[in-house]
Design a protein around this ligand. Structure first.
Ligand code: ATP
Ligand code: MG
Length: 309
C-alpha cells in the first residue's frame, strides 16, 4: 500500500543550525507511528514541515501522494495537527473554538460529532466555558478536539499528553486507538516512553536532526531486549557461586540478592537450576523485562558515543 506520508531527503537549516538532516521516512496507512527523541532533536520541525507550517530547506514531502508545498490546500485538509504549544483564542468558549476551527476547513460541525469529540476528551461539562477558564490539561484536550473537527486522514500529535493527568492520559490512549480502528493514521511524539510502548506499531528515533532508527516496536524491543532476573536470598552470600558468576550474576543489596540478565528468547531455567545446585536459599524471584525507555536511552547514548568518536 502507498505510504500516507512520504518524506524524502528532508533537511531544515535555521541559519548555521541543521535541525533536520536528510530525513527519509514513510508512514504507513493505518499505523500509529511514534517519533521519539531528546529535546531539540527535530521532532516538531519535522511535523511542522509535513503540516506545511514550515518549508524544508531541501527534500520533499507527500501526503496521500500530493506534495505539501504545491498542493498545500489538499494536504492541509488531510492532516489534523495537535501542536506542542497551546495556541487558541482565549475569548471563545470550547464549543465556539471547535466550530470556528471546523469553519476554517469549510466543514459544518454536526451536533453528534461535536458531542462525540467533547465526550471523548471529557469536555462535555465545559462546552460553554470560556477557553481561558480551562485548566492546562483541559486546554491541551481542546487542542486535540480542534485537530479532529475536519475528520483528518492523518493525525499528528506533538506531545499530546504533556501535563495531562494519568487517568485522562489512559482515556486519550483509548480514543487514539478508536481513531486508528476507524482508519486514521497517527503520528505522535512523546517524552513518555510508556506512551509509545503502549500505543505505537512502529517507532522512529530522531537525534540531532537525524533519523537513527525506524523499526517495528515489537522487533526493536526483542532485538535490544533482555530480561533481568533478580533472586532475593534468605541467607546473604559473600560472592556469587561460580556457576552463577559464569552466567553473569552480580551481587546486590550487600549479598542479599543476585541479578542476572537473560538474553531475549532465553529462559530463566538455567539460572534457577544453578542457584538450586549451589544450595542458595532463594526467598523470591523477580523478573523485569526491558522497556522501550531502556532501549531509547541506550540508542541515544550510543549515538552520542559515536559522535564523540
Ligand atoms: N524557528 C526556529 N528558529 C531557529 N531555530 C529553531 C526554530 N525552530 C526550532 N529551532 C531549533 O531546531 C532544533 C529542533 O527543534 P524542534 O522544536 O524540532 O525539537 P523537538 O525535537 O521538537 O524538541 P522538544 O522535544 O523539546 O519539543 C532545536 O535546536 C531548535 O532550537
Ligand atoms: Mg517539539
Amino acid at each position: 500500500m502507498d505510504p500516507v506520508v512520504s518524506i524524502r531527503g528532508v533537511s531544515k537549516r535555521f541559519g548555521a543550525l541543521t535541525a533536520l538532516d536528510a530525513v527519509d521516512l514513510d508512514v504507513r496507512s493505518g499505523e500509529i507511528f511514534a517519533l521519539l527523541g531528546p529535546n531539540g532533536a527535530g521532532k516538531t520541525t519535522l511535523i511542522s514541515i509535513v503540516a506545511g507550517l514550515l518549508r524544508a530547506s531541501a527534500g520533499e514531502v507527500r501526503v496521500l501522494g500530493r506534495d505539501v508545498v504545491r498542493d498545500y490546500q489538499f494536504t492541509r485538509r488531510a492532516i489534523g495537527l495537535v501542536p506542542q504549544e497551546l495556541n487558541f483564542d482565549p475569548f471563545f468558549t470550547v464549543e465556539e473554538t471547535l466550530r470556528i476551527q471546523a469553519g476554517y476547513f469549510g466543514v459544518r460541525l454536526e451536533e453528534a460529532r461535536l458531542v462525540e469529540i467533547l465526550a471523548a476528551l471529557e469536555l462535555v461539562a465545559k462546552r460553554r466555558t470560556n477557553s481561558r477558564a480551562l485548566s492546562g490539561g483541559m486546554k491541551r484536550r481542546l487542542l486535540i478536539g480542534k485537530a479532529l473537527v475536519h475528520d483528518p486522514k492523518v493525525l499528528f500529535l506533538d506531545e499530546p499528553t504533556a501535563g495531562v493527568d494519568v487517568e485522562l492520559r489512559r482515556a486519550l490512549w483509548r480514543y487514539v486507538r478508536t481513531l486508528r480502528a476507524r482508519g486514521t493514521t497517527i503520528v505522535l511524539t512523546t517524552h513518555y516512553l510508556e506512551e509509545a510502548e503502549e500505543l505505537a506499531d512502529r517507532v522512529g528515533v530522531i537525534d540531532r536532526g537525524r533519523l537513527v532508527v525506524v523499526e517495528d516496536k515489537a522487533a526493536l524491543l526483542s532485538r535490544h531486549g533482555t530480561r533481568t532476573l533478580r533472586l532475593g536470598l534468605a541467607v546473604p552470600v559473600a560472592a556469587p557461586p561460580p556457576a552463577l558468576a559464569a552466567l553473569g550474576a552480580r551481587l546486590l543489596d550487600g549479598g542479599a540478592a543476585l541479578e542476572v540478565e537473560v538474553a531475549s528468547g532465553g529462559t530463566a531455567g538455567p539460572v534457577l537450576a544453578a542457584a538450586s545446585a549451589a544450595g542458595l536459599a532463594v526467598a523470591d524471584v523477580e523478573t523485569r523485562r526491558t522497556t522501550l525507555e531502556d532501549v531509547f536511552v541506550r540508542l541515544v547514548a550510543e549515538g552520542a558515543r559515536e559522535r564523540r568518536g
